[in-house]
Every structure is written in C-alpha cells, then in structure tokens.
Design a protein around this ligand. Structure first.
Ligand code: GLN
Length: 500
C-alpha cells in the first residue's frame, strides 16, 4: 500500500473505508481531484458527476459510522461507460444523435452499482455506439492512452480503460461485443473481463448487437475485477437472455489464483491462432509466450487444441454485429430521443428522420447500418446473415470440443500494441483486425479476461484467458496466478501522466 489514495486497489480501498481508516468522501475526492488534474490530457470522461459521487460517498460514511454492514465495494468510486443508462446523468453512447439525452431510468447494472453503494464518478468516452477499436470514432473527441498520449487507448471502451490506467478511477464498467473490454485492457495495461454472455443483464445497455453485448468489469487487477463482477452479475428477469444460474465464484477463484498454484490446470493453446500469428507483432508474441512459460512454472499443463473455424470468426462477426446493429439503431428516428434535424415545417416526417440520421450518426455507424441492412435484405438474408449464423454454430462446436480437454484457453489479447492516432482509421479492415483474438469468445458466448503480461516497445501487452460458458471463475484464477509472478502490477508501472 502506498501513501497516495489513487494508487491503492479497489479491494484495499474498500477495506480502508469499511475499517474506518479512510472515508469514502476522502477516497472519492482523491479520484475526482485526479480527474480534474489529468483528464484535460487523457480525455477519458464525457461527463463527470462530482456532486452526485460525493453525495453517495457521504451517505456511505454515515452508514459506516452507524455501524452498518455494507457490501464488499461500498464507498469505492467507479466510472461507467457511456453506453450504460444512468438515471439523471447524460448518456450518449458517444453519439451526436443522443446528445443531451438524460435517461429516466437506470440499467440493471447501474441499479446494482447503486445498491452496492459505489459513487459514480462519471461517464466514459467510447467509440460511437461501441463500434470501433480505438475510441477515435467517438463523436466528441478521442481519448489518449496514458502510457503514450500519441496513441489510442483501445476501443470501444477506451475511456473506461484509460480512466483506470491513469488512476482517475479504481474501477470502471465496460461492454464487450467483440472485444471492447479486453482490447482496451490489453493496450492500457489494465485488467478487463468479458463475462459469460447472459451472466449479467443487458437491460439498460444501449444496444449494439444484442446476441453479443456483454457488460463487465475494468480494473487494475483480477481480484478487483472479480469483486465488481460479483456486484453486477446475476439473473435479471428484465433481460430475456439472462441466465438463471448462480454467479460463478470469481472472487474465490481470484484469491486461489493469487496463491500462485496452477497444479492440475490444463491450458489450451489454439493451433490456428498460432498459424494466424503473422497478423501479430513479434514483440506481442514474445511477451505472451513469456507469460505462458510463467503459467507452466506455476504448474499449468499446456495442451494444443484445434479450432478450425477460427479464421471465419472475424468475417462472421462483421455480418452478425452490423445486422443486429442496423435493426437496433432503427429506433433513432428523431422522434423518440435526442437530436432532431429538419423540423422546420418544410420537411415531411420521413425527411426529418432521414436528416436526423444523416446528421446524428458518424461514418463508422453509417457503414455498419448499410452493411447490416444489406445483409438482412430479402434475397440476401440467407446468403449472408443466415450463413453467418451457421458458421457461428461451427465456431461454438470447435470451442465446446476444445473445452472437453482443457480448463481454459490462452492467447494474446490483441495482435498489436496501442497504435498511433490515425494509423488505422483509413482502412476499416485494419481497425477490425484489433479484435482478431477476442471475437471468437463472443461467438461462442463464453467468458474471457485480458491480464497485463508485459511490454513490447514500451507499451503494454495483454494475455487473454478464455473459459467455457459459465466457467468465468477459471479465467480469474489463471489471470490472478499470472499476476502473482509479477513483482509489481504492470498497471502500477505506467509513466506518470502530465497534468492538463
Ligand atoms: N471492435 C469491435 C467492433 O468495432 C468490437 C466492439 C465492441 O466490442 N463493442 O465492433
């Protein structure tokens, strides 16, 4: 533990507050002050709620003083990705089309954060409607990577990852449709977990691709992520795809992993991931392989598995996700929410809708809507969307087979470290490649985490641990075991960010 409040982990801060060494007001103020000091540079937040956060903190302090037994993260502040609906707080999904919208209700995960008595610091920047891998597609401004402010913080959840990496928040919420929690985690040296699809509620998430969208934790280490995972997860009758099963014991698994013993754990490496490794930078592969060696030293056994459909995951995703997006985004018509353009009495209702969508959506969102509408159109739906769903089933079968012989599968999280601004915006495919290793998990619906494993060219590299459906605990165990081999958390070695 260090003297600076912002350097402490969420688990440490929770204990400090619970045991009366620190007040939640002091903790929350420290992070708000940090935001005031460095977010002019990093630009992780779209909205900061100083007053609201401090009000919750003061309530927690009163409850602690009264001897109330609060939850495991009570009083610990959190940042929330702007795709999650928060009652009374602006929610835009970083789109102009939702500018100024104040939701009249809370997402289920927002309710659970509030029930856990965690002050919400603010809403974090992202690629518009969570479409992107760099946060450059935010309609407002790009977020900078705290490790090198000339580089991207990943995406779509670059704001949440950068907020945690720059110690503006001890915890954050992300959403992962194809990698948007794990990829930003990898390139900012933070921990990120995509839970099992259906393991936590999508109610109140602004929908992108409903069969893939999964909210999850962003943190500095596996234990903090696990504590948040347990706060937000669990069955919700308001989400028809929510799984009615106990939440996997991720906190217990993270504590077990931290003992550094992986005896008897079988870790798969996917043959086809390796063959596709020419897409990956050598420095990334080297850091990942060194990480695997550490896991072997802790007792893990490495088993080669095969997922022949791996190569089809990316193209399959880019049919399914845009198709679902084109349907989900039809609701932004200028009538129900946010922006309305052309409402001057001279345009028809249809023209108002079309002018609103023209003005309100950015180029990447329009690209996805056009692609998805095409893939769903009569005459093409079987050839594109239908075919993609069949391939998705094959990918799922590959992984089911692999998990019959291993407990978890490891890979690099991303093929490359954080790139410079503008490096991949010119060619959509180059941007899509960032999720080469993360998308397969979304296709089979399982859990996966990204844990910092080392550096390449001075920039963080993440190791991905994938688990079988509802096997979230094993992913945390392996991640925490890897952390136990590191003298200091990689997240704590980021260069000190210059102030505004
Ligand atoms: N980068 C991927 C995309 O652009 C994944 C996004 C996500 O997980 N939200 O669709």
């Amino acid at each position: 533990m260090t003297d600076r409040i912002i350097d402490r982990t969420a688990a440490e801060l929770a204990a400090d507050i619970r045991e009366g060494r620190l007040t939640s007001v002091a903790v929350t103020t420290a992070f708000l002050d940090r935001i005031a000091a460095v977010d002019g540079t990093v630009k992780a937040f779209l909205h900061v709620d100083r007053e609201g956060a401090l009000a919750v903190a003061a309530e927690v302090d009163a409850a602690v003083a009264a001897g109330e037994d609060l939850g495991p993260l009570a009083g610990v502040p959190i940042a929330v990705k702007d795709v999650v609906v928060t009652k009374g707080l602006p929610t835009t999904a970083a789109s102009k089309i939702l500018e100024g919208w104040i939701p009249p209700y809370d997402a289920t995960i927002t309710e659970r954060i509030k029930a856990a008595r965690m002050p919400i610091l603010g809403k974090t920047n992202m690629d518009e409607f969570a479409m992107g891998s760099s946060t450059e597609y935010s309609a407002y401004f790009p977020t900078r990577n705290p490790w090198d402010t000339g580089r991207i913080p990943g995406g779509s959840g670059g704001g949440s990852a950068a907020a945690v990496a720059a110690k503006m928040a001890p915890l954050a919420i992300g959403t992962d449709t194809g990698g948007s929690i794990r990829q930003p985690g990898a390139v900012t040296g933070t921990f990120g977990a995509k839970p099992t699809y259906g393991g936590n509620s999508r109610y109140g998430l602004i929908a992108f691709s409903s069969s893939l969208d999964t909210p999850g934790p962003v943190s500095r280490n596996a234990l903090d992520g696990a504590l948040l995972h347990e706060v937000i997860s669990g069955y919700d009758p308001r989400d028809s795809t929510s799984i009615d099963a106990p939440v996997p014991p991720v906190v217990e698994a993270a504590r077990l992993g931290a003992t550094g013993d992986l005896t008897g754990v079988r870790l798969g490496v996917v043959k086809e991931f390796k063959e596709g490794a020419d897409a990956a930078e050598p420095g990334v592969i080297a850091a990942y392989e060194a990480g695997v060696e550490q896991l072997v030293k802790l007792g893990a056994e490495i088993v080669e598995v095969s997922c022949p459909s791996f190569a089809y995951a990316l193209p399959t995703y880019y049919l399914i996700a845009p198709s679902e997006a084109s349907s989900n985004l039809a609701r932004y018509d200028g009538v129900r929410y946010g922006l309305r353009a052309g409402d001057d009495g001279k345009h028809s209702l249809e023209e108002v809708m079309s002018l609103t969508r023209e003005a309100g959506f950015g180029p990447e969102v329009k690209r996805r809507i056009i692609l998805g509408t095409y893939a769903l159109s009569a005459g093409y739906v079987d050839a594109f969307y239908g075919k993609a769903q069949k391939v998705r089933t094959l990918i799922k079968q590959d992984f089911e087979k692999a998990f019959a012989s291993v407990d978890a599968i490891v890979s690099p999280t991303t093929p490359f470290v954080a790139f410079e601004f503008g490096a991949r915006t010119g060619d959509p495919y180059q941007m899509y490649l960032a999720d080469l290793y993360t998308i397969p998990t979304n296709m089979y619906g399982g859990p996966a985490v990204s844990v910092p494993v080392g550096l390449s060219e001075g920039m963080p590299v993440g190791l991905q641990v994938m688990g079988p459906v509802l096997g979230d605990d094993v992913t945390y165990r392996v991640a925490a075991a890897l952390e136990s081999t590191q003298d200091v958390l990689l997240a704590d070695t980021a260069p000190e960010i210059e102030g505004n």
